[in-house]
Ligand binder design. Structure first.
Ligand code: FES
Ligand SMILES: [Fe+2]
Length: 357
């Protein structure tokens, strides 16, 4: 199943780095996605301000030097060893040791689609399906202040990481006093819906006092752009109109390893230190890590190897759709589009109101 899962995930966009990481690396860096080593390069910005990003298999076809130790040169990546230049579509466009001769068509390296969105560098290994970069609702809301957390790598599969984010029964145990209360171990039943490629549900947590003014806690409206992204819109108790968001996506680096990227947004407390909000979330992550990174196997087993109860409704629905997507991807891009509800190119989700404040 893991191989089938990885095959399906190739159809989707995943972040491989933050834009600032790529810039700090001088515009070229190595990255790893779905078990493949990639070279990523920032090749410039067009007049509309859109970045051109190149993503290739991290190996020069000439003498196998990693392309990621090369440099950017005129909308292409120049290999460090003999200077061959590689365009973002995979063509070799210059061989310095054979000047004046046309570069043969077969001088190519496998290249992938790559773009910048949400200040992250996204790559899609396999096109064809109408998959989209996951939405980040706060990014289009001018009242929201966005704060990026530092990405973190955990030795667990991306689907385990994401499932943990929407596991309502663990709050009482793992986050007792932070997000939950062991005196309230039964989460309320939620209605899980599928809307245009997303799982959605609303969760009302038990009435505990949130720890600190930077807590991300309250009635929670979840949107999960399938398969590896979660956006939680919190209505802060006792503060009508105050919204805080937590957005995350887990990038599948390889079997049993994921790198999570996350953003906090808030329409209140713009004068408060961003670090306070990041610290609250780090506290939550520190509670999760020892549990989630000790799930064995590190990838979700899909075929009845784990037990479920009613309180696991969300993860059951998540797994069910994930499995459907994996099966559909096995049949090809068209079947995957149908399974995602995105069979019509350009189809967009009908927006629903967030949960009541
Ligand atoms: S190894 Fe890349 S140009 Fe020779
Ligand atoms: Fe958690």
């Amino acid at each position: 199943m893991s191989d089938d899962l990885f095959h399906a995930l190739e159809y989707f966009w995943h972040p491989v780095a933050t834009l600032s990481e790529l810039q700090a690396a001088g515009g070229v860096m190595a990255a790893r996605l779905l078990g493949r080593d990639l070279a990523i390069a920032h090749l410039g910005v067009d007049p509309a301000g859109v970045a051109t990003i190149g993503a290739w298999v991290d190996r020069c076809p000439h003498r196998s030097t990693r392309l990621s130790v090369g440099c950017v040169d005129g909308q292409a990546l120049r290999c460090a060893y003999h200077g061959w230049r590689w365009a973002p579509d995979g063509r070799c466009v210059e061989v310095p040791s054979a000047p004046g001769r046309p570069v043969p068509d077969r001088f190519r390296q496998e290249a992938f689609e790559a773009v910048v969105e949400h200040d992250l560098v996204w790559v899609r290994l396999r096109g064809q399906a109408h998959t989209r970069i996951p939405t980040m609702p706060a990014a289009t809301d001018p009242t929201m202040r966005l704060t990026h957390g530092s990405p973190y790598v955990w030795p667990t599969g991306a689907t385990r990481r994401v499932e943990n984010f929407v596991d309502l029964a663990h709050f009482a145990w793992v986050h007792d006093g932070t997000l939950g209360d062991r005196g309230h171990p039964v989460p309320p039943e939620v209605s899980v819906r599928r809307v245009a490629g997303e799982l959605r549900f609303t969760f009302v947590p038990p009435p505990i006092a949130p720890s600190g003014q930077a807590a991300l806690f309250g009635d929670s409206y979840y949107r999960m752009p399938m398969p590896l992204t979660v956006n939680i819109d919190f209505a802060i108790a006792g503060s009508p109109g105050v919204r805080r968001h937590l957005w995350m996506t887990a990038a599948p680096v390889e079997q049993g390893v994921c790198r999570s990227y996350w953003v906090i947004a808030r329409n209140d407390g713009h004068d408060l230190p961003d670090e306070d909000f990041l610290d609250f979330q780090r506290l939550v992550l520190d509670e999760d890590e020892p549990v989630v990174c000790n799930q064995v196997p590190a990838e979700i087993p899909f075929r009845g190897e784990e037990l479920h109860v009613r309180a696991d409704r969300v993860s059951i629905e998540y797994r069910r759709w994930l499995e459907e997507l994996v099966t559909a991807a096995g049949a090809g891009a068209e079947a995957l589009d149908v399974a995602l509800g995105s069979a019509v190119p350009g189809a967009t989700a009908k927006e629903e109101p967030a949960c009541a404040t």
